[in-house]
Design a protein around this ligand. Sequence first.
Ligand SMILES: [Zn+2]
Length: 335
Amino acid sequence: MLDYKKVDLHLHFDGSLPIEWAWETAQKELGLTDKEAFIKSMQVDEDTHSLYDYLARFDMPLKLLQSEDNLYEAMKALILELDQQGLLYAEIRFAPQQHIKQGLSQKQVVDILCQAKEDALRECTQLHVNFILCMMILGEEKLTHELNEETLYLAKEYQNRGVVAVDLAGAEGMAPMEDFRELFMKAKELGLVYTIHAGESYGPMNIEKALSFGALRIGHGTSAIQDEKVMELLKEKKVPLEVCITSNVHSEAVNDYEAHPIKSYLDQGILICVCTDNMTISDTNLDKEYDILLQKLGFTMEDLIACNQRALESSFASEEEKQKLLTAFRSGSWN
Ligand SMILES: [Zn+2]
């Protein structure tokens, strides 16, 4: 474990379920008996060849995350695990509409997860957590328009309980990014800030589009490297990329680690934050991501520390909270 404060700004709740909690719950509720097969159903393997295969690994976690009790327990377990891993700060994201298949409302989902966060944080040694609510692309924009709009209003309503931003996640490219402009204009009207998944399974034009919507951060941005104009825009607007290298290999956004543009981004002055995306599905954590960056991609410890400081500066925490976090980051203390 590296001896400095870690920060993760791009971490999906459903893709990062603590495996022991998930297995216990699956035995109890689904009557499963084969742990190996269970883990295989949730983790990327040689049969995963695209973002769509990758997204299928969410089926099991989402099956388990449909009741208030399970949502509560799973979020609590995840936050305690992140604290144990030595994180100082995490922005955990989830899409409330993915948890309403057994009758909960989006509001109930957000409410119970805020409760779980507040209870878990009382048991943490140093971790601080805020939430990002995801809107979803599951096909044409109109399929999820109403649910996405409801998510925006909830993000506004729960700002005082640590919901700090919104996002657009799901199957990038299944619908044109432009179709989501109206929702982001609504978000802006409500005073919400946002990051947007863009340029992961689709070209750099989606990043350009997300920037034109006013995104303050970009999730992935893997394809930015293909377009000099987009690279310049990212630099000029100082919009950081939330980079998740293992996830990008697993969803085949890049062929392998060596083909990942993260080092070029760093060298060319694009702001980057190192993130995990989906710890369980990709069987990873920040320490594993850092090791790969150090061993395969030419990063130094100083680069990683600078990335984490950058992540705190780019976080959606309030100014006051951000200053406290930065002080803790530099001094090693937190209260
Ligand atoms: Zn993501």
